[in-house]
Ligand binder design. Structure first.
Ligand code: GLU
Length: 427
């Protein structure tokens, strides 16, 4: 991700904010991250050498509550990216009415180049650097791209050693045995699935006749694909960082996932127990996947994959953003012109942070919820937010992205102005 991503996020923020007459002081507050910690972590590699890694944690805006957001391990992580992602977390928590602000963190590294022990040392070093910056009532990290429950467990453990107290609510997305929540692993995918279901209901889409391409087969993409297939939707294409597969008659998500776990390659297979056979398919690349003639396109990998260069070639009628920031601000207008409906990231991928919030509540209460309760409370939050945005989109004849941003702006404006507006302070 380039440094320009934060500028692009601000461009969109101001475009939608100005059109909705959001007060200038609110847009100013949302354009300035409150605090970003930037540091270099040093660990000893397995071969004895010392290695250095750039790392960041941003508490973007805490007007609605303690800041919340994941930690990303990726070679393209930089401060601008972390700040853009933290701005989106601020808006995301507001859209789904969580009493939380927005934050984000990251380490610049290729996680595939580190051994498991090096990863543990690095994750613990991150917490040592950030221990005064994070906390259960100030800033609560979680997983993001290439981080997982095990890493969250190491981080919680390190935090508890430093503070000499039990503090499970300092981080979410933990292993169940360490205070994690049921349903957190599948929450991002489930949230996006609930959005697709709402979309299908509003537009009378018939699952068996609705084709879907998913770019990215990580945690969010996998769970979303699995739930959609269970409902009868036809997932015709999937990709990972190395390439994509397309099968006109649909892919069996569980089989592809099983094979990917086993061989770390994406293969169009159908498995009966442990015996897998290749099915009729074509190998394509990631950009071909984006341009497939399908009904729904789900970018579920990284940001900036639909830009002004390829937005004209998107043939899907609906785009559901599981990734953060997959469509650039220039591409918004092109997609709108071509009547592509985009369910934006800050709604479509909010399931993760919603269940993180439930995990934090459970940790604070020392009481654990059933999976049914997590699922029903998640559905209630996502459906409420989706329906409010859909109504606003229809009433004001605006895009779903604009509607969702307006809802976030309203909540943030109320909280910011509750401290007094300039009228109040004018003599
Ligand atoms: N990393 C996820 C996101 O981008 C989840 C954040 C969280 O659970 O705090 O929304």
């Amino acid at each position: 991700m380039s440094d320009l991503v934060f500028q692009d996020a601000l461009k969109r923020l101001h475009r939608i904010g100005n059109q909705a007459n959001v007060p200038e002081h609110v847009l100013a507050a949302l354009s300035h991250p409150q605090a970003t910690l930037s540091t270099n972590l040093c660990i000893r590699k397995d071969d004895g050498h010392l290695a250095y890694f750039k790392a960041y944690r941003c508490r973007y805006n805490d007007i609605l509550g303690p800041t919340k957001g994941g930690i990303r391990y990726h070679q393209d992580v930089n401060q601008a990216e972390v700040e853009a992602l933290a701005l989106w977390m601020t808006l995301k928590c507001a859209v789904v009415s969580l009493p939380l602000g927005g934050g984000k963190g990251g380490i610049t590294l290729d996680p595939k180049q580190l051994s498991p022990m090096e990863l543990e040392r690095l994750s613990r070093a991150y917490v040592r650097a950030c221990a005064d910056f994070i906390g259960p009532n100030t800033d609560i990290p979680a997983p993001d791209v290439y981080t997982n429950a095990r890493i969250m467990g190491w981080m919680m453990d390190e935090y508890e050693k430093i503070t000499r107290s039990k503090s499970p609510a300092v981080i979410t997305g933990k292993p169940l045995a360490l205070g994690g929540s049921l349903g957190r692993d599948s929450a991002t995918g489930r949230g996006a699935y609930l959005c697709v279901k709402r979309l299908a209901k509003n537009l009378n889409l018939v699952p068996a006749q609705t084709t879907i391409a998913i770019q990215g087969f990580g945690n969010g993409g996998y769970f979303c694909a699995k739930l959609l297939q269970q409902d009868g939707f036809k997932i015709v294409a999937l990709s990972d960082s190395k390439g994509a597969i397309y099968a006109e008659n649909g892919l069996d998500i569980e089989s592809v996932h099983q094979e990917k776990q086993r061989s770390n390659t994406l293969k169009a297979v159908y498995c009966e127990h442990s015996v897998c056979e290749l099915i009729d398919h074509q190998k394509i690349n990631n950009s071909e996947l984006l341009e497939l003639n399908v009904d729904i396109l789900i970018p579920a990998a990284l940001d900036g994959v639909i830009t002004r260069d390829n937005a004209h070639d998107i043939k899907a009628r609906y785009v559901v953003e599981i990734a953060n920031g997959p469509v650039t601000s220039d591409a918004d207008a092109i997609l709108a012109q071509n009547e592509v409906t985009v369910i934006p990231d800050i709604l479509a991928n909010a399931g993760g942070v919603v269940v993180s919030y439930f995990e934090w509540l459970q940790n604070k209460q020392g009481e654990y919820w059933s999976l049914d309760k997590v699922h029903s409370q998640l559905a209630a939050k996502i459906e409420l937010a989706f329906d409010a945005a859909w109504r606003l989109k229809n009433e004001d004849a605006i895009s779903m992205r604009d509607a969702v941003y307006r809802i976030a702006f309203n909540r943030l404006t109320d909280a910011i102005e509750a401290h007094g507006t300039s009228d109040y302070f004018r003599q």
